[in-house]
Design a protein around this ligand. Structure first.
Ligand code: SAH
Length: 346
């Protein structure tokens, strides 16, 4: 059966036409799914019984069950473990900010990128999520927490640009005024640096924010932390970023996780300022979170502040990311794929 949440509005119209239905029905269905957040086709009361039956015969609503929910005692962060209905489970994080609720969604079950500091990578890659499986994370959290999400970040498990088509389709559903109606500027896609797909994204005509996991200022250091740098080095990455800025006029956000005595000294700050000079960008400094197998440890607060102040003094806007949910392993780099059938990482 097909997951009805895999379709963006235009594709759902086409699909309904092929069932001899009027295309405007797709808009009604979208409203039920994304605005009313119903969990059964029977709830679509303005559709005929016959159409509801047709939908039931052909589609699923892919409604997630919560396997586990953890709530931070330090802040209001919640981490959800969802059953993706095939024996696998993924994590999604809900964060509360003064401007509203932000959700961190996963894009794959596992991750192939192999970044040395990230827990998502320590276990086997299983598969990419479909667009419907991505958007259902938002709907399931909205149902459970009884809130409306206003920001979506693709910063959970997986490399979004390694699941390009499904992620872009999910963004269209999230952004559609008849879908989740979340403005593109409130959607961020974070990548470890898959250069060809940064060029593709620049041409999609979506005004989402691009975040780049940079984390180092020399190829030697970056390759030691992130194997993807052997394929696309810093120069190739920054050239693609400049193209993205030229085409979209959007400011790029560079993420830089500070690890003690690895990438956090003043020389790094100087090189970073030189690399980013003149670019329309913002630097997000993340105190690196230690993971179980991790070889890196967090920079001192003093160092982090020095690093930020140096960048700011060179005209590069840098802020320190507030750490949310660290007591429930919901902070950056702490999400992992879980297997329901085995105990491998539960
Ligand atoms: N694969 C994408 C999406 C993951 S986003 C990417 O790499 O961008 C998660 C962010 O958290 C990335 O910037 C990632 O580099 C960062 N991160 C991973 N592990 C971390 C850790 N241990 N401490 C702090 N940040 C980490």
């Amino acid at each position: 059966m097909k997951n009805i949440k895999d379709y963006d509005l235009e594709d759902l119209k086409e699909e309904l036409i092929s069932y001899d239905e009027k295309p405007y029905r797709a808009e009604q269905i979208f409203k039920w799914i994304y605005q009313e957040n119903i969990t059964s086709f029977d709830d679509m009361t303005n559709l005929s019984l016959e159409l509801r039956q047709k939908l039931k015969d052909n589609f699923t609503l892919c409604t997630y069950n919560i396997i586990k929910k953890q709530e931070s005692k330090k802040d209001e962060t919640k981490k959800y473990l969802f059953d993706v209905l095939d024996g696998n489970a993924i994590e999604t994080v809900l964060m509360k900010y003064h401007h509203g609720y932000s959700i961190c969604v996963s894009s794959q079950i596992g991750c192939k990128m192999g970044c040395k500091f990230c827990a998502s990578t320590g276990i086997k890659f299983v598969r990419s999520l479909t667009s419907g499986e991505i958007v259902e994370q938002i709907l399931a959290v909205e149902r459970d927490a009884k809130i409306k999400i206003s920001n979506v970040v693709f910063m959970g498990i997986g490399e979004p640009l390694d699941n390009y088509d499904n992620v872009v389709n999910a963004i269209r559903i999230i952004n559609n005024p008849k879908g989740l109606n979340i403005g593109a500027r409130h959607i961020s896609v974070s990548t470890s640096g898959l250069v060809p797909n940064i060029y593709r994204l620049a041409d999609e005509n979506i005004q989402c924010t691009l975040s780049i996991s940079l984390h180092a200022t020399t190829d030697e250091k970056r390759s030691s932390m992130m194997p993807v740098n052997n394929r696309y080095n810093i120069e190739a990455l920054l050239t693609a970023c400049k193209d993205y800025i030229n085409k979209t006029h959007r400011r790029i956000s560079f993420e830089y996780a500070l690890a003690k005595e690895e990438n956090d000294n003043l020389e790094d700050a100087k090189r970073l300022a030189r690399l980013l000079k003149g670019m329309l960008c913002h630097v997000n400094l993340i105190p690196i979170n230690k993971i179980e197998s991790g070889i890196y440890s967090k920079s001192s607060n003093e160092n982090i502040i020095k690093f930020r102040d140096y960048l700011n003094s060179k005209g590069i806007v840098a802020t320190i990311r507030r750490e949310l949910g660290s007591d429930i392993d919901a902070a950056c780099g702490q999400l992992r794929r879980k297997s329901l059938s085995s105990k491998e990482d539960a």
